[in-house]
Design a protein around this ligand. Sequence first.
Ligand code: UD1
Length: 418
Amino acid sequence: MSKYIINNDDRAPELKGAVKVQGSKNGALPLIAAAALTDGEVVLKNCPDILDIENMLRIFESLGGKSERRGKELRLKMEYMNSAEISSALAGELRSSVFMLGAILSRVRQATVAYPGGCDIGLRPIDLHLKAFREMGVKIRDKYGFIRCDASNTHAADIDLDYPSVGATENVMMLAAGTPGVTTVKNAAREPEIAALQKLINLMGGHISGAGTSIVRIEGSDKFRGAETAVDFDRIVAGTYMTAVTLCGGEVMFEGADGEQLTALISKLKDTGAEIICSDKGIKISSSGNPKAVGSVETGAYPGFPTDLQAPFGALAAASSGSTVIIENIFETRFKYLAELTKMGASVKVKDRVAVLNGKRLCGAEVKAMDLRGGAALMVAGLKASGVTVIENARHIARGYEAPEEVLGALGANIVKV
Ligand code: UD1
């Protein structure tokens, strides 16, 4: 079991320098699924080298695809789809396995997928995905932990999602892209990852419009070709490190980051006293390292405050001067990291989906990452805490953050992975 060790003396170092932000995990995962729509080669530039991508590639390969990585470039080719089944062993590693369902059905009309795994941050049902598929004529048997789908008689449909689910929007886009007629998705998710998926599918010969708004229109195509695209910057990784700079103090330029994708976070970080300048080069943030509490933060669908940044922001709130109320509206059990933060001196009260943090001076402790973003929060807290912080279960963090010890080390943090 690997761990991160952050070693500060009495005073944590400020973070200074420049970071070239890695490619987006949530952006790249559906693009890998989309590569299964074609027998042509799909090239993804700027693809992050992280555990979740490795696991998604194992699923892609188990279906008959081949992948080759050259640095940050990923070449994907699925000449034939030999299998239309995702085992529980593979699906258990990663929730995005369910995003493969739409692509498999588009291509071979049959699929069997074990219930997906991923972060244990709540119930994470997939009822919205399945309801939309049924509305498109897919016959679904959902038994014994497996979902068996028959899409031999699918048709276009007007789908109205009960909630703007990212995964359901992406899944419907992939099935509808290979289904004759025009499918519309109302109340679609508006995350930048949806626009990135639209862009790739259109480069492959699809006809999708509306991504980024709440109505996505998909006109079915019967053939897709290979294409090349670049994965956008990871807004959650950039946001995590921006939170760390706000807490520790210093000045960091996040190259390639687009402030438009982080407006909710930027507004809150400014409220703490950080100075932030967005330009076409990236996001520059400077902070005195003495953040003020912001009152309240509430997660919401994009462009609201991202649930994936709730935990890193919680670490900042735990050491800011004053009280912060955090309301988690998206996932039910995304406060597990708070129990670990209390080992570092945080003052926390939690009731259901509301947490109240009273800022304290944090000190190092042995803590455990319970999930990806919760683990990242412990890292942010450890960067500020006096003494030594040991974060066990580093694997969770490695699912989404590319070599954080190198990125933060280059900015002046004393962090190692052992
Ligand atoms: C994606 C992101 C994840 C992020 C989340 C919300 C990827 C790989 N993951 O996850 O990092 O935290 O968006 O921004 O892109 N829901 C249902 N039924 C469904 C589907 C979702 O009730 O069929 C609920 C969920 O339980 C949750 C909410 O809808 O409460 C949002 O989930 P969704 O947007 O689907 O998240 P994911 O696509 O799983």
